[in-house]
Ligand binder design. Structure first.
Ligand SMILES: [Zn+2]
Ligand SMILES: [Zn+2]
Length: 285
């Protein structure tokens, strides 16, 4: 990066949360009922989305030895309810700054629940800083106003998080290829979606180029971006009735084996429990 990105919120305070260097990531929960991912350096922590209830987020943070009081910002990928459900309460009651692009902020302002939030606006494509984390939002195709994925970087360690996308683009591939950890959507199995009882119009929306990524499309994306940098892949936003963790993981692992990249670890994430904490240290580079 040629230039130092602008500091989006100069009021951010940093607090010691364990004293471990490097980058740590935990998917607190993922699925159509709610999404939230915690990303932290030793001194700064952010949430990517706040779609679980405030209580669940607090409990799951406590479960990994973290705390809401030490979350310095919530970065919102898009305005769908499963990504913003507890945004207002975390902002108002806990004073956590909220970050979004103008499109997402405007989309949420139409609803009374989110109308009075004090947004820190970022521009899609332009990195910004919270504490010692650099956050790069990039455009993704999804049926929302201005949806984004994020790469969060600290000391050269990068985590890429894209939970909702209808298709992979060259921009998404470029961003994720440079990450050690990737949290990416693997929403549905095509056959289970075909056979499930959902209305045809909803199936078409999910399958569409601005809908959700299938296991096969996720596997294809993984094959394209797998390389020496990527260490761990977490599959996210799995459909409860049109997917299962084994199917998603098997599909991704088969793609990686086929391209000689089976050293990359693949694991599912869940709606009802947090993932393990991924911790990548600076010295492991
Ligand atoms: Zn969405
Ligand atoms: Zn979603």
């Amino acid at each position: 990066m040629a230039e130092t990105p602008p500091r989006a919120d100069p009021t951010v305070t940093t607090a010691e949360i364990g004293g471990q260097d490097g980058l740590r990531v935990c998917v607190l929960g993922s699925g159509s009922t709610g999404n939230a991912t915690w990303v932290a350096s030793a001194s700064t922590a952010v949430l990517i989305d706040a779609g679980l209830s405030g209580r669940r987020i607090r409990q799951r943070l406590e479960g990994i030895g973290a705390a809401l009081d030490h979350v310095h910002g919530i970065c919102v990928s898009h305005e769908h309810k499963d990504h913003v459900g507890s945004l207002r309460i975390l902002h108002r009651r806990h004073g956590i700054p909220v970050y979004a692009n103008a499109g997402t902020a405007e989309a949420l302002a139409r609803y009374p629940e989110w109308a009075q939030l004090s947004w820190n606006l970022f521009t899609t494509g332009q990195p910004f800083v919270i504490g010692d984390l650099t956050i790069k939002p990039f455009s993704v195709p999804h049926d929302a106003y201005d949806p984004v994925g994020f790469v969060v970087e600290h000391a050269g360690i990068r985590a890429g998080i894209v939970t909702d996308m209808g298709m992979a683009t060259s921009l998404i591939r470029e961003q994720l290829r440079a990450c050690q950890l990737i949290v990416m959507e693997s929403n549905h199995d095509e056959h289970l979606l075909q056979d499930c009882a959902r209305p045809w119009s909803l199936k078409q929306r999910i399958r569409g180029r601005q809908g959700h990524l299938s296991n096969q499309a996720a596997a294809d994306l993984l094959r394209d971006i797998a390389g020496p940098t990527v260490r761990q892949v977490w599959l996210a936003h799995l459909s409860a009735d049109c997917n299962c963790p084994d199917l998603a993981v098997t599909s991704a692992q088969a793609a990686l084996q086929a391209c000689g990249q089976s050293h990359i670890q693949v694991a599912p994430t869940y709606a009802d429990r947090a993932s393990p904490v991924w911790h990548h240290t600076v010295t492991a580079q």
